[in-house]
Design a protein around this ligand. Sequence first.
Ligand code: DPP
Ligand code: ZN
Length: 872
Amino acid sequence: PQPVYLSDYQPPDYLVTHTELTFDLDPTATRVKARLHIERNPAAALSAPLVLDGENLTLVSLGLDGTALEERDYVVSDTTLRIEHVPERFCLESEVEIDPNSNTALEGLYRSSGMYCTQCEAEGFRRITYYPDRPDVMATFKVTVIGDPAREPVLLANGNRVEQGERDGRHFAVWEDPHPKPCYLFALVAGDLCKTSDRFTTQSGREVALEIWVEEENLDKTGHAMASLKRAMAWDETTYGREYDLDLFMIVAVNDFNMGAMENKGLNIFNSAAVLTHPDTATDAAFQNVEGIVAHEYFHNWSGNRVTCRDWFQLSLKEGFTVFRDQCFSADTNSAPVKRIQDVSFFRTAQFAEDAGPTAHPVRPDHYIEITNFYTLTIYEKGAEVVRMLCNLIGWEAFRRGADRYFERFDGCAATIEDFVGCMEDASGERLDQFMRWYSQAGTPEVDAFGEYDYVHGEYRLTLRQRTPATPGQNEKLPLHVPVRLGLVGTKSGQDLTLTLDGESLGKEGVIHLRQAEQTFVFENVAEAPVPSLLRGFSAPVLLHYPYSREELAFLLTHDSDGFNRWDAGQRLSMLALDDLIAAHRNGVEKVMDTRVVEAFRTLLDGEVSDKAVLAEMLTLPTEAYIAEQQRIVDVDAIHAAREFMRQSLAVALRDEFIATYEANASDEPYAPTPEQIATRSLKNVALAYLMAIEDAKGLELCQAQFAAGRNMTDVRQALTLLVHSDRQDLAAPALKTFGEKWAHDSLVMDQWFTVQVTRPQPDVLERVEYLMDHPAFSIKNPNKVRALIGAFTQNRVNFHRLDGQGYRLLADVVIELNRLNPEIAARLITPLTRWQRFDESRQALMRQELARIKKEPLSSNVYEVVEKALA
Ligand code: DPP
Ligand code: ZN
């Protein structure tokens, strides 16, 4: 497979102004007729041939302006249809046959639980009909769907339904979408579905019908998604002034789906896991995830659909901006500091790892082989961090003006990242050329900070030094523009001191701009020795090193006015103690718990922090994955042992406090996914986890009672997880059995049942994974099942990285099978193997051996690209 380069971008030779499609549905032989109204792009050469994309299509007939084309008039290859001579303006008529049943890649038109559905982003539409499958070709669409009235009573497509009826024992519906769109936003759904309906009145007074379509048994699981949708619609109006633009907005839940959800115009298609919730079946985290994804896809209606991407290199233009928008929405709707803590915690673990590995790429890549491999944490999450920095740099007012300008100027257009940043420059008057490097330079910048207080002059000198490590294909890195939000916390007063820089007062908190490789900032009139609180709110996606002492961290933990940095100080303090424990484990000496950590936790439990959700986060130790990210060579066993030792030490020392916390936060209130209830449950469940770390009688009693009470899935799942991950298999086995039998009919709950079992740290897990792969509830063709069982197992660090290599072998076997069935999911699943550089030599050899074994297969371009990079 050959890479595509950003620098090769050429505007399309032909534009499609209007697209008419007719689908005659059949499980194995669906007929798709297309009438494409095409015009030559004025910029194109008169002699330009027409080249359309098409894959896995059987061409039935082809005509131009009503005349059938002969076989000598065109050339069909595996991936294209080429017509050498076409007029300046014409209608191309084609008919193809496709086979939805055998489509296991889940791209294009496929069947899921008996229903027809589509996934076209990024390049799935070419599996539906011959078309210029690129986002800068935007057309209005008219779609006729013909189906069997009994098998698929519901026929949906984008836009508004303008006609429906019956003919010859079949029925049909006609849909029109008046907004020009690229074909990746096309959607069709047909099946036996039921809906819940609601309404939304826009700020200008238009009535919008809202519908969520699901299988009948899931009708009681749509309420939260609907409420989230309405909140998101209102939020986009009040925050960005953006209003919905059709009379109907639909969401459909689909069981087999590669992504979380898809923002097709007016007809969002969702992985059922990203839309269905019920207190008995979904955890608080799932509720919050649904809220965020519903909002994300809705926000795409402007940032993605009305203004789309010129080419797929610009993917972060819509994804980075939209993730930023959904993060702000969730922060406004829930606890803002907790949202930030959770996002950053995930980011620093997973995106930093991506940046440090062989698939590292910039927020705007300059080449790719397979675009589906680039729906990454870098494009999405780092892209969102870059937009967040932009917003913080120019301030919300200017950012909002810039966004208005962007939506107005590029409405109905396919834009670039320069277009977006240009609007922000215009709106703010700031020059952002250095800032643009964030889009082109891969890797996580590291910032070394060093501070000195000069008692004599009352000055605090802060030196910042930045460097970005080399990444594949990018050895030389230039300095970035790094905004560092900071405060100086007085060691005597415990208060933020006023910041004066170059004679100018920044107030108690300010942002300094690191633009050079090294810069020293001298703060004047600093009345007392401070501890610096740096990078507040994670003001830039960098790895910050500052030589904090444990005393300073304990001080910030209680005194920092920034909630995020208080949490971060706690994490850093725990990390220092964990480092000691890891070293002790490796050297075979006795592990000794750092009492400063115990005392810090005691202070927290004594009621220092009023926001329970923040407190729950502060009481949570860094994950094994995060700890691993801090090590050059990862020692999975030492990390696990050290973290377990710390959990147990804390539990022993603070047992009474954890019991009191548990009891104070146990509640009989009926379940609601409110921020207050979620905070209370998370605090209670953190306390329970500590108590279960020592598995004493009280902890076991509380845990079993919580499981038996069955109040809601959040509590049940936590209790089940703690039992299954404990050494008390006599208690775990019956609980697993009860749970598995109770929920055998509910696929999404069974996914959780899988995950709970394969994330157990005990060494019998690999056999369990193999056994569960034969379980009737498992199917390798369903991406959610693969993620719940295999994906979750690869996150089970001590077991996946077994020294006999069996964990790696199991993953490689699954990847090899999925490479044939669903290349997109296969390529994603390999990720843990691509990180071999970070492990000891024997594990490196074992991981590379499995990568090499995969490479011998006839590979999809998706898997090929990843394996090639991993072994390079
Ligand atoms: N469905 C994916 C998302 O919304 C791709 N656009 O991010
Ligand atoms: Zn998106």
